[in-house]
Write a protein that binds this ligand. Structure first.
Ligand code: GEK
Length: 264
């Protein structure tokens, strides 16, 4: 069954939108028909509904965040940095901060959206954590990286222009100590066209099931076109190995979303 087979479902039906970041606003940004659909941007409107939006749009989002903390707790090395690049409201940072117990660690969280960082600051200031978090408003493509044991790119690389992705991964590889890891989570595409179409349709069914209407799904897809650019798992693997990571292990995969660990 395709998502188009169920026409009467709408975002307003989704009232259970509590989330680990404390956001309670339902995402209805694309619920009304828009004459002009501008490119998606991480602005104040998006920030105000972001926890609900990402949870209802990314299969396995909560597990990926939780396991980012579990992975960081295993691979963090004393007196090193842990980077959360494209941190949004700091979900991955908080997951790491709760679980990382190694002494002298610091979590450095970077995002280039000012409203995101402002809201993240409020959430992080009100949390009690084991490992401190420092927030930076900056572009991850320029942000200087120092000696680290863990780097996280949870759904961020997909928003960086394809031609700049090698450089971002190379800089992360250079900053990571031997034994360190990169957690990379991304929306992906498939070489085979039919497989690609099927996985995209299943993702739309997931969103539909989470209360997004066909109109919302279609308008959001238009807003993300040419901005969120997915790549195949193979392309990611080649880039990571080319940058000097020793091995790459996909630990989560659902439809056209995956998360991998790259070992330095
Ligand atoms: C989470 N990791 O909750 N430099 C810095 N930040 C950027 C850049 C850039 N060049 N490009 C995009 N961003 C988070 C979710 S959301 C994913 C990450 C999504 C930021 C952008 O401002 C946004 O906050 C984030 O990357 C992507 O686990 O919304 O699909």
């Amino acid at each position: 069954m395709s998502v188009d087979d169920n026409a009467n479902h709408s975002a307003t039906e989704c009232s259970a939108n509590l989330d680990p970041l404390g956001g309670r606003s339902a995402d209805q940004l694309y619920a009304s028909e828009r004459e002009v659909i501008e490119r998606f941007s991480f602005d104040q409107q998006v920030v105000s509904v972001f926890p609900d939006m990402i949870r209802r749009s990314v299969p396995g989002y909560s597990s990926i965040i939780e396991m980012t903390g579990v992975l960081a707790a295993r691979y963090a090395q004393p007196d090193t940095r842990l980077y959360d690049l494209g941190c949004s409201l700091g979900a991955s940072s908080l997951a790491m901060a709760h679980l990382v117990h190694q002494p002298g660690c610091e979590i450095i969280s970077v995002d280039n959206s000012e409203p995101m960082i402002e809201r993240a600051r409020q959430l992080i200031d009100s949390a009690t954590v084991r490992t401190p978090i420092t927030l930076h408003l900056a572009d991850v493509q320029q942000f200087p990286l120092q000696t680290a044991s863990v780097a996280v790119l949870n759904f961020t690389l997909q928003f960086i222009a394809s031609e700049n992705r090698d450089a971002v991964i190379e800089r992360i590889a250079a900053a990571l100590n031997p034994g360190g890891i990169l957690v990379l989570s991304e929306k992906i595409c498939f070489e085979d066209e039919r497989e690609d179409a099927l996985q995209r349709d299943l993702h739309h069914a997931f969103k539909f099931n989470n209360g997004y209407s066909r109109l919302e799904i279609s308008q959001k897809r238009t807003a993300l076109e040419n901005y969120l650019q997915p790549e195949t798992i193979e392309r990611h693997r080649q880039r990571l190995l080319g940058a000097g990571f020793k091995s790459v292990h996909v630990w989560f995969h659902c439809f056209n979303f995956m998360s991998l660990v790259a070992y330095r």
